[in-house]
Design a protein around this ligand. Structure first.
Ligand code: 5AD
Ligand code: FES
Length: 349
């Protein structure tokens, strides 16, 4: 086991079989060994800095029906909302004052927000905050839409691939959602010049260690700037309500593997990780992550953006979240920094 981790540390890649073997057989001791190596690499590129992204969840309308997600269109119990451009700008204003220099505009696939509306919002944010990065996380679009958003000033795009295995993808999504289209979106985004983030859930229903090994090889092939992963957490109004959650241990282990596979990568310690364990985000940082994404959405709508059950930080003001995370990071010897937090060695923009 340790030899395999040493090999990954040296070569930044393993075979699918080797990844699978590690994922199936890791122990707490092996994890600790992996995390030490992951921190070493992380410190080499990013020191003890932790980048923050202000997450603005601006719509929970979604035309898709992913089986795992609380804002899927069939969920009649989801109370739907949209933020206006002015609401979004207010979130940015509050975030800027708190030291955020990246705003992540995240939403369901909401047809109300046409390309023109999104372009208008991007322009407004970039005009008001030219020193900030704008990250979009609004799902699958066609190439020309992505190009228009980029031309309007968007810097980054997050689109989790969810699983690299097409059969597994079909077990998590209705038939009309295509894993091939989704992966093509990621390649389009990269080609256009975005800093791109992909990612997947750990412990999603029907996932095998082989699927996770395939995710690692997909990451190696795509070479994204960012990778967002978190445990699957059942949501009570979805078809997966009775499925078991992903585990803390496996999510942390995957974070460590990702750090060694893509040494420069921006790796968030996600809200989902903080949801399955009170110290999940701290543990994520100690496993190799270097980004946190506190919520900047207005408190009035936070409880409505419930992708999964028991999501944390839904009652806290932005300032509380920022202070809380700052204190949490400090407690483990890391510092939240005020900067755009671009990827250190891959210049793509
Ligand atoms: N548990 C964990 N993560 C989820 N996501 C959606 N639903 C869930 C869930 N039940 C993740 C997906 C999506 C991201 C925005 O949130 O990976 O891409
Ligand atoms: Fe939101 Fe701690 S990060 S309250």
């Amino acid at each position: 086991m340790r030899e395999l981790i040493d090999k990954l540390y040296e070569n930044t890649v393993l075979s699918k079989e080797e990844y699978r073997y590690l994922i199936e057989n890791f122990s707490p001791e092996v994890s600790e060994y992996l995390f030490e190596k992951a921190r070493e690499i992380r410190h080499r590129y990013y020191g003890h800095d932790v980048y923050v992204r202000g997450l603005i969840e601006f719509t929970n309308y979604c035309k898709n029906d992913c089986y795992y997600c609380g804002i899927r269109c069939s969920n009649r119990n989801a109370e739907r909302y949209r933020l206006s451009k002015d609401d979004i700008l207010l979130c940015c204003r509050e975030g800027y004052a708190l030291g955020f220099r990246t705003f992540v505009l995240q939403g369901g696939e909401d047809t109300y927000f046409t390309d023109d509306k999104i372009v208008d919002i991007i322009r407004a944010v970039k005009t008001n905050y030219p020193d900030c990065a704008v990250t979009l996380s609004i799902g699958e679009k066609e190439h020309d839409s992505y190009q228009a958003f980029f031309d309007a000033g968007a810097d980054r795009y997050l689109l989790r691939h969810e699983t690299a295995n097409n059969n597994h993808y079909a077990k998590l999504h209705p038939e009309k959602l295509s894993p091939v289209h989704r992966k093509n979106c990621l390649y389009d985004l990269k080609k256009i010049g975005y800093q791109v983030g992909c990612g997947f859930m750990v412990g999603s229903p029907y996932q095998t260690s082989e699927h996770l090994a395939e995710d690692m090889l997909f990451l190696k092939a795509l070479q994204p700037h960012m990778v967002g992963i978190g445990p699957f957490i059942a949501q009570h109004d979805t078809p997966f309500k009775n499925m078991s959650n992903g585990t803390l241990a496996l999510t942390l282990f995957m974070l460590g593997l990702i750090r060694l596979t893509l040494p420069y990568v921006l790796l968030p310690s996600t809200t989902a990780l903080g949801t399955i364990h009170p110290l999940g985000r701290e543990k994520g940082i100690l496993a190799g992550a270097n980004v946190v994404m506190p919520n900047l959405s207005p408190v009035a709508v936070r409880k409505k953006y419930m992708l999964y059950d028991n999501k944390i930080c839904t009652g806290d003001e932005a300032a509380e979240c920022k202070n809380c995370l700052q204190a949490r990071m400090k407690s483990i010897g890391y510092n939240v920094v005020t900067s755009r937090g671009d990827c250190k060695t891959m210049h793509n923009a």
